[in-house]
Every structure is written in C-alpha cells, then in structure tokens.
Design a protein around this ligand. Structure first.
Ligand code: 8IG
Length: 270
C-alpha cells in the first residue's frame, strides 16, 4: 500500500505514462467498457500500449472481457494532432478495492493533461424501444451505490455533469442518438426485477455498475465528461428472459464495430 494522496498517486501514474508512451500530454481520455473495446482500433494510430500493471495505482482487471492495457492513440483529427489515452482497465466498485481504485483512471487522465473524458459502458436498458445494441447518451445519473469517490468536505457541483456541449457533438454524428438517465447499482449481481422497476420509478432509463462514481471523480478533477452507454441487455424483468454475462459480451461484440466507428468520429470532432 501507499500513503500518497489520490492526486499524488495520479500524478505519479501520469509521469510514468509519459515516460512509457513518449507522449508528454494527452488531450482526451476514453474508458472503454463492455462492448466498446474494439473502438480503440478505430480511433487512430496506436503510438504505445502499456500493461496497466506497469503504471502506479493500476491493477489487473477482475472481469473477463476487460483488457488491462493503457493505450496512447494519435487521433486523425482536422487540426493539430491530438492524443487520446485509452483506459482499457476499469476498476469496478464491486471489486472491493475501494473508491480510490475506481477513481484512479480518471484522476490519472486529468494529471496526464486531458481536459475531457469519454466514459463508456455496457448496461441494462429499461426502455422496451432500446434493444440490445442501442447506444444511449447519458444525460444524468442516479448514484445508488451509497458510495462517493470524494473524500472530506468536497462539495462538488454535479449540474450538467454529462456535458451538454459534448452530447451535442455526438448528435452531429448520429442525430437520432437517444439520451437517458443512468442508475449505478453496486453489483456485481444484476438487479432483481423489483429493483429495475424501482430504478425506473426513480427516473432511470439505464442500469449499470460503473459510470456514476467515475463521473463524480472526473468532475472533481476538472474534466468535461461525455457518457455513452451501450445497452447490451434488457434490465431484469423487462422481457422475462434471464440475464447472462455471456449474452452481454455477445451483444457487445455484435454492436462493437458500429458504435466504435460512431465514437471514433465523435472523438475526431472533440
Ligand atoms: I453489461 O442489467 C450490464 N451491466 N446493474 N444491470 C447492471 N449492470 C449491467 C447490466 C444490468 N448489464
């Protein structure tokens, strides 16, 4: 263990990343969740790829389908070349490593110079009109984990947490992209049908296990946030079919190419 503060550890990680990638400053970070990993190849030219375990504060991922790599990608954008930092190894709150581990990726992104972060995930959908494979912009969230990545009297404003500006850029690329409210449960079990109905009555359209805590930490770190979910399954009880992780991965795979190229086009415009 370390007695560095979260910010100090993130600064160390960013410095190590700069050494290992040869890129002094990154501009935008992407966290690629279930179903989004192939987007990395569509963003641009990979300059360097680093096992997350070589960077301070990162550890091996506990979830099959999540790749523990940090990648630096040169974006083929119109103006000056931009550098994207792809965080392929997200730590979920349910892994029990604590909120510091959950927040470390976005804190490192900020320390590496990023001004924006794209948080993607695979999630359960509540809207019967959004079948598996539907990408949805996150417009707001409900944090049902009972946890926060913030420590002490850190009264961070979460108004417009999921940037209106960045959502508008997404809709330039895909005008019919729906928007929804994301509810984060602790997991790792999927919800009961009653919990999914509860989330719906609270105002949620999507249920997941990752993005709300990361978004809070990203806001604290000063990042502008774009959140995009990929509905990989209907929430429990929506169709009456049971949920399986295998099905989630299969749906993610089937949609990956399509949502990946959409995301790549969005990142070129950031
Ligand atoms: I992928 O149905 C995926 N992640 N909480 N519920 C929650 N998280 C998820 C789900 C789901 N599907």
């Amino acid at each position: 263990m370390t007695d560095l503060s979260p910010t100090e550890l993130a600064a160390q990680a960013a410095q190590r990343l700069a050494e290992l990638t040869g890129i002094e400053k990154h501009d935008v970070a992407l966290v690629l969740g279930s179903g989004w990993a192939p987007a990395a190849d569509l963003l641009g030219e990979t300059v360097a790829q680093v096992p997350a375990t070589e960077v301070p504060g990162f550890s091996v991922s506990g979830v099959p389908g999540h790749v523990g790599q940090l990648r630096s990608v040169r974006i083929n954008s119109e103006g000056a070349p931009k550098h994207a930092l792809i965080l392929g190894s997200r730590t979920h709150y349910y892994e029990g490593k604590g909120v510091r581990a959950v927040a470390h990726g976005v804190r490192t992104a900020a320390a590496a110079g990023c001004s924006m972060v794209v948080l993607t995930n695979g999630c359960g959908g509540l809207n019967p009109e959004w079948p598996p494979g539907t990408p949805v912009l996150i417009s707001d969230h409900i944090n049902l984990t009972g946890a926060s990545p913030l420590e002490g009297a850190t009264f961070v404003d979460l108004t417009d947490l999921y940037s209106t500006r960045l959502r508008a850029i997404c809709r330039e690329v895909q005008p019919d992209l729906p928007e929804g409210v994301y509810a984060q449960f602790r997991g790792p079990q999927y919800e009961t049908p009653a919990e999914v109905r509860m989330a719906g009555r609270l105002g949620a359209d999507l249920v997941g296990m990752s993005t709300a805590l990361e978004a809070i930490a990203a806001r604290e770190a000063g990042l502008e946030i774009l959140g995009v979910s990929l509905v990989t399954n209907f929430g429990a009880g929506i169709t009456g079919q049971p949920l399986s992780h295998a099905e989630v991965l299969a749906e993610g795979k089937a949609a990956a190419e399509r949502v990946g190229s959409m995301l790549a086009e969005v990142v070129r415009r950031l």
